[in-house]
Design a protein around this ligand. Structure first.
Ligand code: ADP
Length: 475
């Protein structure tokens, strides 16, 4: 018998007869079922979050910080079981899941620390009879909607910062990976977070999205996911003029200049491309290599691709399955579209025999910018390879996309580094590095990659309002 998980509303677990199934992407076997929230339960969660907010926002930052530090410790203590749950429901290699737990926990510790340093400002007033200052206050009830590719880290990055700021939160995790979030919910109770401050609802995404965006109690929507859903949430939030943060899709370039250390560039690329089988919004999505080192780097890539181990995330592998059949079909359709438009397969190119939802690590050459594989987020272990000559043409080509999240490049020339950072329209850069994720990173993008930043020194900012006071001293 697989376990049925409930909803976390006002500190209690509520189970329903109507459930959704959670599958292991490696073999498509059902691993658990999760209660689907009814309209009444969603409204109840919103209402209770409002009551909880009133109390939580008045608790001292010192106490809020202490409770979050408890949560950080408990998450670290449960690293093994959380990692296993992540691999079970997302398919990613267990080594990556362990890194995710540390990464996810780091946001909790960081938010706990930042809450102690939250402050307003007092000004030297231009009017002598007045004191002028502003203070920071939590925005109120926050709705957080998260994706499946980092079932823990995308949750903690939002939830810990919101709670540290004094908000209450209703979380809707992805229906594909709700179990990690629900286990995290259990740990949140253990840590001493009061009832109603952190709620988790699952079920019909459209319905939940509608009720959360239309509610005047919910003051903030923080979303990570597709640009399509982000736009919808933005539109639906307009009737109540909600504060909104969006972390959406990317189309990350990975650039190798002729003076790059090619061995380092290769390993950086492998990390930036194959983490979570290419299913992250900052995955390398287009590979640009200077013509002078093109042939050499291409053959290094082919040799390295041959070594990649594809299989069950619980075995010692580098690349796991894709999350769903839909994801697999999208990857396949990008390969077909590229082939039709004249691309050449350099390596891989078809479904892998490792299991139903696997695709081979794939390198595609002879690419042009009309191809889906170049224009769209691939979200899979495939990469178009482009030869470039001049820096000017490269910059134009790299910027020719509606996205602007992460960009990576390898070069030894320091003057070029500054030039590229100035000219590329992206929010985050990996310079001679394929890894940019840390709690210190103001994570987010330009253009249609989103609005706002998460994490970093400003991690509480999206969950705070500013109140300005102009005070005439009259006694
Ligand atoms: P992906 O394509 O990466 O799965 P989605 O944007 O579809 O990205 O999903 C990200 C999150 O958004 C998930 O939790 C999903 O359930 C949720 N979601 C999907 N559609 C809607 C919607 N109409 N309203 C609110 N949330 C939604």
């Amino acid at each position: 018998m697989v376990k049925n998980y409930g909803l976390l509303i006002d500190g209690k677990w509520v189970e329903n007869k109507k459930t959704l199934n959670v599958l292991n992407p490696f073999n498509q076997k059902k691993i658990a079922s999760v209660s689907i929230a009814s309209v009444a339960q969603i409204k109840n969660a919103i209402q209770n979050s409002q009551y909880a907010f009133k109390k939580w926002s008045r608790i001292s930052v010192k106490d809020r910080s202490q409770i979050l530090k408890n949560l950080f410790r408990i998450v670290k203590e449960n690293k093994k079981s959380l990692s296993e749950t992540i691999t079970m429901e997302s398919g990613k290699p267990i080594s990556e899941s362990m890194v995710e737990v540390d990464y996810g926990a780091s946001f909790i510790e960081w938010a706990a620390e930042q809450s102690l340093g939250s402050y307003g400002k007092i000004f030297e007033s231009p009017e002598l009879d007045k004191k002028m200052f502003y203070i920071k206050k939590p925005v109120g009830v926050v709705a957080a909607i998260t994706p499946w590719n980092f079932p823990l880290a995308m949750v903690t990055r939002k939830v810990a910062a919101a709670i540290a700021a004094g908000c209450s939160v209703i979380l809707k995790p992805s229906e594909l990976t709700p179990l990690t979030a629900l286990k995290f919910g259990e740990l949140s109770i253990e840590s001493g977070i009061p009832s109603g401050v952190f709620n988790i609802i699952n079920g019909d995404a459209q319905l939940i999205g509608k009720l959360l965006t239309e509610s005047s109690i919910v003051k903030k929507i923080t979303f990570t996911g597709s640009t399509k859903v982000g736009k919808l949430l933005m539109k639906n939030s307009s009737s109540t003029v909600k504060n909104i943060s969006l972390e959406l899709g990317g189309n990350a370039p990975f650039i190798v200049f002729d003076d790059a250390n090619l061995d380092e560039a290769l390993e950086g690329f492998i990390a930036a491309k194959f983490r979570n089988a290419g299913q992250t919004c900052i995955s390398a999505n287009r590979l640009f290599v200077n013509e002078k080192v093109f042939e050499k780097f291409q053959s290094m890539l082919v040799n390295r691709f041959k070594q990649l181990r594809v299989g069950n995330g619980f075995d010692d592998v580098d690349v796991g399955p894709l999350i769903s059949n839909e994801a697999l079909e999208k990857v396949e359709s990008h390969i077909k579209d590229a082939a039709k438009k004249g691309a050449k397969l350099v390596f891989g190119g078809k479904r892998s025999d490792a299991g139903e939802l696997f695709f081979e690590p794939t390198l595609v050459g002879n690419v042009n910018k009309q191809m889906q594989i170049f224009k769209k987020e691939n979200f899979g272990p495939i990469i178009p390879l482009v030869k470039f000559k001049s820096e000017k043409d490269l910059i134009e080509l790299v910027n020719d996309t509606e996205y602007g999240l992460a960009a990576y490049f390898y070069t030894k020339k320091t003057s070029r580094i500054w030039e590229i950072v100035e000219n590329l329209e992206y929010g985050m850069f990996g310079v001679n590095s394929g890894k940019i994720s840390t709690y210190l990173n103001p994570f987010g993008g330009l253009k249609e990659s989103g609005i706002g930043r998460e994490g970093s020194l400003q991690c509480l900012e999206p969950f705070l309002e500013t109140k300005f006071i102009s005070w005439r001293v009259n006694d």
